[in-house]
Design a protein around this ligand. Structure first.
Ligand code: NI
Length: 227
C-alpha cells in the first residue's frame, strides 16, 4: 500500500510543530532504529519518551485521526506514539524494512506494525536530497512533497531516505496497526469507501444502490477487520 495524502496537516499546524521543534533538545536517532537498522540510520530525533515528543505526538495524531483520507486509507486500530526527527547535511536512512512488532517502553503496549506514515514538516526547497523512496509492486516511488503532506506505506516494503546534501529536513513519522491486516484487502475497502464518498452527494443518501454499497463496505470490515 502506498498513499500520498496532500495537506494532511494545515500550514498553521506545521508552523506550530516547527516552532516547538526549533526550541527542543535532540538525541541520536539510532535508539528507535531496531537491532538491525541502527547502522543504516543517521539522523536526530526528539527523545521519544520526553514530555515534548509525547505532547506533539498526541496533537499530530488528533489531526490525522480527523482526516477522512488518512482514516480511510489506514483504517487505524493502534498507533505507536509519533516520533519527530530531523536530517541535517549527511544524514540519511538506508534501505530497510521496519520491525514487525513495536513495544512502547512507557506503556508496555505492543502493536503489529502494518503501516508507516511520514509527515513532512519542511518545504522541499528548504533542503537538498532527503527524498523518501518506497519500493512498491510497480517499482520505486520517490517523494519530496510540500510540508503538511503525508506518505503512507507498508512498513514491510523496502524504504529509505536519501542523504541530505544541504539544509534541514524536518518530519514526523508513526507506525500503526490497521484493523485490516492485509494490504490488498485494505486497499479494496479504501477504494470502496472513496467511491461511496464521491457518489453520496450525487445520488443522495437514500439511493438504494448506494445503500447496498455502504452495506458491502461495512460487511467487508466485519469480515476482515480486527477490533
Ligand atoms: Ni523505516
Amino acid at each position: 500500500m502506498l498513499a500520498h495524502i496532500e495537506g494532511a496537516l494545515e500550514k498553521r499546524e506545521v508552523d506550530f510543530f516547527r516552532e516547538a521543534m526549533a526550541r527542543a533538545q535532540w538525541e541520536d536517532g539510532a535508539s528507535t532504529a531496531g537491532a538491525n537498522a541502527g547502522d543504516l540510520k543517521s539522523n536526530q530525533q526528539l527523545p521519544p519518551d520526553s514530555e515534548l515528543s509525547r505532547a506533539l505526538g498526541k496533537r499530530l495524531l488528533s489531526s490525522l485521526l480527523a482526516n477522512p483520507a488518512f482514516v480511510s486509507a489506514a483504517v487505524p486500530l493502534h498507533v505507536y506514539p509519533p516520533l519527530f526527527n530531523r536530517y541535517g547535511v549527511g544524514d540519511h536512512f538506508d534501505p530497510h524494512v521496519d520491525n514487525a512488532i513495536r513495544g512502547d517502553a512507557m506503556t508496555g503496549a505492543r502493536i503489529r506494525v502494518d503501516l508507516a506514515a511520514t509527515v513532512l514538516l519542511s518545504e522541499p526547497d528548504e533542503y537538498d536530497g532527503g527524498e523518501l523512496i518506497v519500493e512498491d509492486v510497480y517499482g520505486s516511488r520517490r517523494f519530496k512533497p510540500p510540508a503538511g503532506d503525508l506518505i503512507l506505506y507498508s512498513a514491510g516494503s523496502l524504504h529509505m531516505v536519501t542523504p541530505v546534501t544541504g539544509g534541514l529536513r524536518l518530519a514526523s513519522f508513526l507506525w500503526l496497526q490497521s484493523m485490516i491486516r492485509a494490504d490488498e484487502a485494505r486497499s479494496l475497502v479504501c477504494d470502496l469507501d472513496e467511491s461511496i464518498q464521491e457518489l453520496a452527494p450525487r445520488v443522495g443518501a437514500d439511493d438504494p444502490d448506494l445503500r447496498r454499497l455502504v452495506t458491502v463496505y461495512h460487511n467487508l470490515i466485519r469480515y476482515w477487520g480486527e477490533a
